[in-house]
Design a binder for this molecule. Structure first.
Ligand SMILES: CC(C)[C@H](C(=O)O)[C@@H](O)C(=O)O
Ligand code: SF4
Length: 472
């Protein structure tokens, strides 16, 4: 019997379908449920209906959005509502018997950094979390996606979730990246090409030589931003890079179970001849260090470019929206991107808060000084990333260069914990969203890689990091 070639997505989706409904929805079994500090309403829904958490052993919780990054004490959260949300996660987890890493635990951090780090996110599994950047975990060869508050309650109560089967989109990045170009540049280039809605209804599989050559951290950066192209999830087929990275992690299978798991996981990659609903191909050699200029991640250009001119917009509607964007961002049409001065720098987030990101930023700032008037922060994605960076002396490199070295959390990516960019200030940020007011009311965000953000910290403007790497 010959089976039709299947995609990585099919190979995960099919065995997780418990039942199908006539309206096209499938009930999926959920292997892993990651829970963060926005989950209090979901626990409240369960309480109101008198429902217990069905599989507390399949869930795992850590606070990230509301936690302070200058202290490790919840009582230091100034806003009482936010303090209550962070506290509720701790209490709800304890009551349900869900494992919880709090601020006094080095394993605490941004849930999308912690899940993979602990080996909670495994190839072939279905992973959900009440957070849109859950796509990150797809880098391990999992099907991982964000869900809403009532779905979080549904998963807590039943360990299943109703989903419509998405379509598949393969993004192939051929060839090799040039010096100074990273995973973040790949995904910004992909989103610029697809558009912020180009992936709607799809799960993206990233493939090709440049993706295979990425570290796990790089693959997580790419998958993380799939949602910024509108996609449901992003994934990379597991390979030796994945297995080497996962081996020995606390929650990964050990011993004979590990060998069995790896043998199973080796069957996951898309078969030759597997058909995707849509295909996109880019050449890695064509990708330059990228920055965004607007209020959507699709507004991304090579740093060698200029701020686009609304006069050249294809439609009147687009022209008007570009004019609004340039006014909000305080930019002039035609201005060289590398002449745009910044006030703030944020290196961190679930996109770029891993040890590899810390290393690549440190490499750029080592032996240099942050530009006069620029306030630059480095916020590791977890307590363990922080510890590792300190063991490597990276904190000393940042501090000597005049950057701040903070505790783990979402921090200035979203600013819900009070770490904000002031109105009118411009921030070079390694996060994933540059929406109006994202980093604080009136804040102006330019997305880029950790190396590019580090370069901006040193020169005080958006900068092609390749010029600094050459000078080192
Ligand atoms: C607060 C949370 C639900 C939200 C998300 O879903 O992504 C946040 O993490 C974000 O990045 O905007
Ligand atoms: S780091 Fe930013 S994008 Fe990631 S979960 Fe936190 S707020 Fe959302």
């Amino acid at each position: 019997m010959s089976l039709a070639p299947r995609t990585l997505f099919d190979k995960i989706w099919q065995p997780h379908v418990v039942m199908q409904r006539d309206d096209g929805q499938s009930l999926l079994y959920v292997d892993r449920h990651l829970v963060q500090d926005g989950s209090a309403p979901a626990f409240e829904m369960l309480r109101q209906r008198g429902l217990p958490v069905r599989r507390p052993d399949r869930a795992f919780a850590t606070p990230d959005h509301y936690v302070p990054t200058d202290s490790r004490v919840l009582a230091d959260i100034a806003d009482p509502e936010k303090r209550a949300m962070a506290q509720a996660l701790q209490d709800d987890s304890a009551a349900a018997g869900i494992r919880f890493f709090g601020l006094d635990d080095l394993r605490q951090g941004i849930v999308h950094v912690v899940g993979p780090e602990q080996g909670l996110s495994l190839p072939g599994s279905v992973i959900v979390c009440g957070d849109s950047h859950t796509a990150t975990h797809g880098a391990l060869g999992a099907l991982a996606f964000g869900i809403g508050a009532s779905e979080v309650a549904h998963v807590l109560a039943t360990q299943t979730l109703w989903q419509r089967k998405p379509r598949t989109l393969r993004v192939t990045i051929d060839g090799r990246l040039s010096e100074g170009v990273s995973a973040k540049d790949i995904i910004l280039a992909v989103i610029a090409r697809l558009g912020a809605a180009g992936g709607t209804g799809h799960v993206i599989e990233y493939a090709g030589e440049a993706i295979r050559a990425l570290s796990m951290a790089g693959r997580m950066t790419v998958c993380n931003m799939s949602i910024e192209a509108g996609a449901r999830a992003g994934m990379v087929a597991p390979d030796d890079t994945t297995f080497e990275w996962l081996a020995g992690r606390p929650e990964a299978p050990q011993g004979a179970a590990w060998d069995e798991a790896v043998a199973r996981w080796r069957q996951l990659p898309s078969d030759d001849g597997a058909v995707f609903d849509t295909e996109l191909r880019l050449s890695a050699g064509d990708i330059a260090p990228m920055v965004t200029w607007g209020n959507s991640p699709e507004d991304a250009l090579p740093i060698t470019g200029r701020v686009p001119d609304p006069a050249e917009a294809a439609t009147a509607e687009r022209r008007a929206s570009m004019q609004r964007t340039l006014a909000y961002m305080g930019l002039e049409a035609g201005q060289m991107l590398d002449e745009v001065a910044v006030d703030r720098v944020f290196i961190g987030s679930c996109t770029n808060g891993r040890i590899e990101d810390m290393r690549s930023a440190a490499e750029v700032v080592r032996g240099r000084r942050v530009a006069e008037g620029v306030e630059a922060w480095v916020v590791p994605g977890s307590g363990l990333v922080k510890q590792q960076a300190e063991a490597e002396g990276l904190d000393a490199v940042f501090l000597a260069a005049g950057l701040q070295w903070r505790h783990a959390g979402c921090s200035m990516c979203l600013g819900t914990n009070g770490d904000q960019v002031a109105a009118g200030q411009r921030c070079a940020s390694t996060s994933n969203r540059n929406f109006v007011g994202r980093q604080g009311p009136g804040s102006r965000t330019h997305l880029m890689s950790p190396a590019m953000a580090a370069a901006a910290a040193i020169t005080g403007r958006l900068t092609d990091v390749r010029s600094l790497l050459a000078a080192h």
